[in-house]
Design a protein around this ligand. Structure first.
Ligand code: HEM
Length: 506
């Protein structure tokens, strides 16, 4: 009697799920018919339930530092859009500018960043980089006004950090890994810009509070990639070292935020007495305090922007010097343009007029995009313009919750966009009126979530390059390794950038 009861209940549950699947299937078929869209072609796989073969291949290529070229080869073999299954998830991969434009701009509302908050939340909290929907809109409105031209153009403070960097470059023919210095430089300048107090990692002794903060932030950040790969399992995964690093980061920033809130309170009182407001140097934190007095919200936004802005600029500089050390022709052209300043320190305006430097940075970001791959999760069943059906030309069906990954690295090297010399580092290509990549060039993303720090980053990178070329007349590469990827959240140079910089005669 009891058995038959369980059997009956089990059959009912099964029937319910089968009915649900059938109704889903019918709804999807109707949706596809209505929009004339088809699914993406799957790439060959040993099995498509778990997709363990693909996972293994990805992990191996990542270890061997050739994941980006493997992905590029797949696009060459299977076309610009295809689907694959990895660890139980079927995702779409595309490198079609039209599709990327739809994901990031025209169909923006159909896509989200997924559960980034699960992996990043314990370090960054809820802020512009970790939020979606209304929360993101709120963060964006809070952060965006702080990147106006005047703030971005403050180069006087930045010069102090450049001087600290110069002091760390040997002047006797010694070798320096300049990539390490760039990561310290951007740590110092980002902390100054955001918190109003620089970590000064280029100049301060090890063991100081600020150095502990910098090391803990670096460490916690290095664990974020792995945490993302764990998916939902991240909730049960314990990592005491990560937790400790987050605690140190939070305590350090909280101390500074509390100070700013105290100052703001005092200022309010002062204003009430005589209506005066103190004029101060621009500090991002103080601007946030004008908009909110919630210390957790302030800390979260600061750390979100810190993460988004720090490694990225250092990586752009590292790739730039990887190329400069190997290309005397480019070094000389850049030097000629820098010499037109006659030794004067560059300003925001002079930097904007340096055409070759601009082309050079465009080209560095094309061949070495700092965020080389990205992805979005579909909030609902939707359609992308192309990539569906057997020929990969029909409108493409995207199921609810499906991930669409896109490869900026591959797209930036496509001969159909950049011509037969797409693999060559050629700054001059940006002078050609026939080059109009549109959504085929995307180092800073596009649409409503476009990088807020783009001008800030380009100004800082340009200033650094010009100042180094004003100080040092020549560069000698100190390893002849070909470029290899170092992929974490962003793309840097696997073997570092070991060079000798030769001081100019004064
Ligand atoms: C060369 C340097 C940089 C590159 C290549 C770069 C690239 C990007 C890219 C590709 C995204 C989109 C990420 C995504 O949606 O998944 C992004 C977002 C963002 N970037 Fe940058 N970035 C750079 C520098 C900076 C700097 C210096 C800052 C701030 C000081 C900054 C702040 C942000 C923020 C806050 C976001 C999130 C925007 C949002 O989701 O609304 N970035 N950046």
């Amino acid at each position: 009697m009891e058995w038959s009861y369980y059997l009956y209940a089990g059959a009912l549950v099964l029937a319910f799920f089968v009915a649900l699947k059938i109704s889903d299937f019918i709804a999807v078929a109707r949706f596809q018919k209505k929009h004339g869209c088809k699914p993406a072609r799957p790439i060959p796989q040993r099995e498509r339930v778990i997709g363990y073969d693909l996972y293994k291949a990805q992990v191996k290529a990542h270890k061997e530092k050739r994941l980006l070229d493997l992905s590029r080869k797949r696009f060459a073999d299977y076309g610009n859009t295809w689907s694959a299954t990895m660890m139980g998830r079927t995702f779409i991969n595309t490198t079609e500018p039209e599709n990327i434009k739809a994901i990031l701009a025209t169909n923006f509302k159909d896509f989200g960043i997924g559960k980034r908050i699960n992996a990043f939340g314990p370090l960054l909290g809820q802020g512009i980089f970790t939020s979606d929907g209304a929360l993101w809109e709120h963060s964006r409105a809070l952060v965006r006004p702080n990147f106006t031209r005047t703030q971005v153009a403050d180069l006087t403070t930045f010069e102090t950090h450049i001087q600290h960097l110069f002091a760390r470059v040997p002047r006797d023919g010694g070798v320096v890994d300049i990539q390490n210095l760039f990561f310290q430089l951007t740590m110092d300048s980002a902390s100054e810009f955001l918190l109003g107090v620089s970590v000064n990692s280029l100049s301060s002794p090890e063991g100081s509070e600020s150095n502990k903060f910098a090391a803990s932030f670096d460490f916690a950040q290095s664990r974020l990639g792995n945490r993302s790969r764990l998916g939902m399992l991240v909730h049960i995964f314990r990592d005491a070292e990560f937790d400790k690093a987050c605690k140190i980061v939070h305590e350090y920033v909280d101390g500074i935020v509390d100070g700013a809130l105290e100052r703001a309170k005092a200022l309010d009182l002062e204003k009430n007495i005589d209506g005066k407001e103190r004029a101060e140097r621009y500090i991002f934190l103080d601007e946030l305090v004008k908009a909110t007095r919630n210390p957790k919200q302030i800390r979260d936004e600061l750390l979100n922007v810190f993460l988004a802005g720090r490694d990225t600029t250092a990586s752009l500089l590292s790739h730039s010097f990887h190329v400069l050390a190997r290309r005397q022709d480019i070094w000389k052209k850049l030097k000629a343009e820098v010499d037109e300043l006659n030794g004067a320190k560059p300003t925001y305006e002079t930097l904007r007029n340096m055409k070759y430097l601009k082309n050079f940075l465009n080209e560095a970001l094309r061949l070495y995009p700092i965020v080389p791959g990205n992805g979005r999760f579909a909030n609902k069943a939707t359609v992308l313009p192309t990539g569906g059906g057997p020929q990969g030309k029909d409108p493409l069906f995207v199921a609810k919750d499906q991930v669409v990954a896109y490869s900026v690295y591959t797209m930036h090297r496509m001969p159909s966009i950049y011509g037969p010399d797409a693999d060559e580092f050629k700054p001059e290509r940006w002078d050609s009126p026939s080059l109009r990549p549109g959504w085929g060039y995307l180092p800073f993303n596009g649409g409503p979530r476009i990088c807020v720090g783009q001008q800030f980053a380009l100004t800082e990178a340009s200033y650094t390059i010009v100042r180094i070329l004003q100080e040092f007349g020549d560069i000698i590469p100190r390893d002849d390794n070909p470029w290899r990827e170092q992929l974490s959240l962003t793309l840097s140079v696997a073997d570092g950038v070991k060079v000798t910089l030769v001081p100019r005669e004064k």
